[in-house]
Design a binder for this molecule. Structure first.
Ligand code: FAD
Length: 461
């Protein structure tokens, strides 16, 4: 084969440890790196607002990194299968190299692409440590429980070392590209992205810098600090992983000799677990894994939903989390669990509604992680929190944000409230006037949730 090869980049926007890029170069042919903005094939799972902002900057960074190695990133807009098969015919490509598709829609699109191409489509594992079909029980079934799954993963360690970034790419020249700015990925009217820009540096260099900071400052205290939302106690690598600006193998390789790595590795394996769930249960983003939950009597409460989305519920930890999400495109994991529990349990609003809001507002929005986590909180997912576990946001606040440093940062209306009332300002002698009263009494909401979930259990029996 002598024609050029197409390198289809999607969620592996990096040069290092990129098996698809390495294989394209190893073919000995010239390489055409292409990104296709496909807003049709994913249906409701087209990239949300915060993800689009991230993508804009990530593509800019990738184009610069490729240019430094002599290559030009070609941008096209349309359905991936149509665009790539057209491009392959246009340049007489001899093969297409791509990362492994993981979402149901991308698997379907790649099947279409394979059928439309007259040359091979070669897919490579770029975003996961293990192919989901590799980690199975002795009976050959997917794991539904995390602990044995993680043990099976750890049995595969040590991992092969990550691939280095190429120093030079022989690029196929002269192919017309869209102008990134013409895609309007960044918000304009209004531009709500200032907080994101102040907080993040998308791209491969940003990912490596973040990893270096975490190795210096964070990993040692990770187990102790990972649940404290007011401190920088977690890696904040999730958006870089979601867009493939760093690979999980690079991260694990970097922490391999660290004495405090075990807890951190277990979180990376949760990511693999969620990816496996989506691989094996493609309806994960829409249907509860525990089928009895389809009978759940959810509430339609647009006012409560709006208060939750805007961080105006009157429950400090919930509001701080939702405002952190809006301002930075990210939320601390402990607080994600609390706000999600509040929505599906105290407010009885369907988990799919919360999932959709996260999809639009998170810079790390990832179909598998998001769906698996929402199902976990709702109690209908794999290895899920039991239905009777209703997080009390005031007690969670008192435990994980005892001095209210996190709440005060994101809910300035509460800055002057004494520590003792910071998570229950409605009990303070003089509650702040500019902060709402709780939209639901926590005890009443908990009882109502328990009754609804108990009724469901009876139906299941
Ligand atoms: C309701 C809800 C929705 C979520 N949606 C997403 C999402 O769309 N995208 C996403 O990447 N994560 C999601 N998470 C998981 C988790 O909150 C984030 O991965 C984590 O907060 C990212 O911060 P970090 O990179 O600092 O994590 P760290 O604590 O530094 O962990 C390192 C990496 O491990 C993985 N990880 C950590 N915690 C989890 C977890 N509980 N489940 C799966 N993987 C994990 C992530 O890839 C993370 O980057 C969600 C959690 C909840 C409760």
């Amino acid at each position: 084969m002598t024609g050029p090869v197409i390198l289809l980049l999607r969620r592996e926007l990096r040069l290092a440890d990129n098996a698809a890029l390495a294989a394209a170069i190893a073919s000995g042919c010239s390489v055409l790196p292409v990104f296709v903005l496909d807003d049709t094939s994913p249906g409701q799972w087209a990239a949300g607002g915060a993800s689009r902002w991230w993508l804009h900057h990530s593509l800019q960074s990738l184009a610069t990194d490729l240019a430094a190695r002599g290559a030009t990133l070609v941008l096209r807009r349309g359905a991936i299968d149509t665009e790539i098969s057209r491009l392959a015919a246009e340049i007489g490509a001899s093969a297409v190299h791509a990362g492994m598709p993981t979402e149901p829609w991308s698997r379907e699109t790649y099947r279409g692409l394979r059928a439309a191409l007259s040359v091979p489509l070669v897919v490579h594992q770029t975003s996961l440590l293990f192919h989901p079909d590799r980690i199975k029980t002795q009976a050959g079934t997917p794991y539904g429980v995390y602990t044995p799954f993680s043990r099976a993963c750890l049995a595969q360690f040590p991992l092969a070392p990550p691939l280095p970034a190429p120093s030079r790419i022989d690029c196929y020249p002269g192919v017309q590209s869209d102008d990134l700015d013409s895609w309007d990925l960044r918000p304009t009217k209004p531009d709500w992205s200032h907080g994101l820009g102040a907080f993040w540096t998308p791209g491969e260099a940003g990912a490596l810098a973040r990893l270096a900071t975490f190795l210096t400052d964070g990993v040692l205290d990770y187990a102790a600090k990972r649940d404290v939302p007011s401190v920088d106690g977690t890696s904040r690598l999730s958006p870089y992983l979601a867009w493939g600006e760093i690979s999980p193998r690079q991260i694990l390789h970097a922490v391999a000799d660290h004495p405090a790595r075990a807890k951190f590795i277990s979180e990376i394996l949760w990511r693999e677990f969620a990816a496996g769930l989506l691989w094996h249960y493609q309806e994960l983003p829409t249907d509860p894994l525990r089928r009895e939950f389809t009978a759940m009597q959810w509430h339609d409460n647009p006012d409560a939903l709006r208060a939750w989305q805007r961080g105006q519920t009157g429950i400090p930890l919930v509001d701080a989390g939702m405002r952190q999400l809006w301002q930075t495109g990210w939320m601390h994991n402990r607080v994600r669990m609390v706000v999600a529990s509040f929505l599906v349990k105290h407010l009885l609003i369907p988990w799919q509604v919360g999932q959709a809001w996260f999809w639009d507002t998170l810079v790390d929005a990832d179909l598998a992680q998001n769906a698996a986590s929402w199902q976990w909180v709702a109690g209908c997912g794999a290895d899920a929190a039991p239905y009777f576990r209703v997080f009390n946001p005031a007690l969670q606040g008192a435990r994980f944000d005892p001095d209210g440093a996190y709440v005060r940062r994101f809910v300035p209306e509460l800055a002057g409230v004494a520590d003792r009332f910071i998570h229950t300002p409605w009990l303070a002698p003089r509650p702040p006037r500019n902060y709402p009263a709780p939209i639901i009494d926590l005890a009443t909401g908990r009882d109502r949730a328990l009754a609804a979930f108990a009724a469901l259990k009876k139906i299941a029996v």
